[in-house]
Design a protein. Structure first.
Length: 309
């Protein structure tokens, strides 16, 4: 199956009340682990690459690895740019075959965000590519996204309606309390479902996206720390809250940190238990398998997208 946009995925998700996992990719094993899981669960899936991932893996390699996955499995797969910082980055990904891009103008004031988003939308739609935009700022650090807690702010539902009307973006990432990175909450996790409800009331046909939505799975954190890691106090969004979000109108939920934890935990375990290992296949295979298990859990138990192709 060729790459698809997220249009049909999101229409189905809004109608049937489930979310689609958007999993960040950096290398071959991560891509394989994700699509293996999606195929096993018969689920649509979004593979997304940040600007940092593109710099690391190089865009030609990423695209060819995704093309290989498309040849192996017959499931709907979208290739998405995560947190495109400017028009040029979005244009590069569109011109190189991405089926979806995100322009993140949340660091600008409202009018500037509208202007840059509209510019990307006009270019992308002319090429048959869909656009995700963001309104509101998420705290935390992940790749090149760095926002202090004092600068974070929730999305205003009235502004969200105006923003979508004026830009024509296809989906909207909103801020309701999630955060990038492994340290999302110091106290109890809390998401503003009241804001989500108000946004959906004003934008019933617009797919809503949650960024910074890794669970920071406690078992993976514990595994990392057990085998020499140093990730004290890492805390994410509980599965129960993410499941509630998937039932409450969120169509796309982003996952990056949990994949990093899975890969690192598996590799640390191998190195600790057998320091003589130096063949990358000996430690990358278990890492890929743990990513598959992690993604299957997300798809099946949290997002509800199993058997939704």
């Amino acid at each position: 199956m060729p790459l698809v946009t997220t249009k049909d995925m999101f229409e189905k998700s809004m109608k049937e009340h489930f979310a689609i996992g958007a999993f960040n990719v950096n290398n071959m094993e991560i891509i394989q682990g994700i699509v293996d899981a999606a195929a096993k669960e018969n689920s649509p899936v979004i593979l997304q690459a940040s600007s940092s991932a593109i710099k690391y893996a190089r865009i030609e390699y990423l695209i060819k690895m995704v093309e290989a996955a498309l040849q192996e499995y017959d499931i709907p797969v979208a290739l998405h740019l995560d947190h495109g910082a400017d028009f040029e980055t979005c244009k590069m990904c569109i011109d190189n075959g991405f089926s979806s891009v995100m322009i993140d103008g949340s660091k600008y004031d409202f009018e500037e965000n509208v202007e840059i988003t509209k510019k990307v939308v006009d270019y992308a739609h002319n090429k048959g590519v869909v656009v995700e935009a963001e309104l509101g700022k998420l705290a935390g650090i992940e790749d090149e996204v760095k926002v202090g807690a004092e600068d974070a702010m929730y999305t205003d539902p009235d502004q969200a309606k105006e923003f979508v009307d004026r830009t024509g973006c296809d989906s909207l990432a909103i801020a309701i309390g999630t955060s990038h990175g492994a340290y999302k909450f110091k106290g109890e996790a809390k998401l503003r479902f009241d804001i989500l409800q108000k946004v959906k009331e004003k934008l019933p046909q617009t797919p809503i996206v949650l960024h910074g939505a890794s669970t920071v799975i406690p078992e993976l954190v514990e595994m990392c720390n057990k085998y020499g890691g140093n990730i004290p106090g890492a805390k994410g969004v509980p599965d129960e809250m993410l499941h509630q979000a998937s039932l409450s109108g969120v169509s796309k939920i982003n996952v990056d940190t949990d994949l990093r934890l899975a890969m690192t935990a598996a590799i640390r375990k191998i190195f600790t238990e057998d320091p003589s290992v130096f063949d990358p296949r000996k430690y990358m295979l278990p890492a890929r398998e743990l990513i598959t298990e992690t993604v299957q859990h997300k798809i099946r138990d949290v997002f509800g997208s199993s058997n939704k192709t």
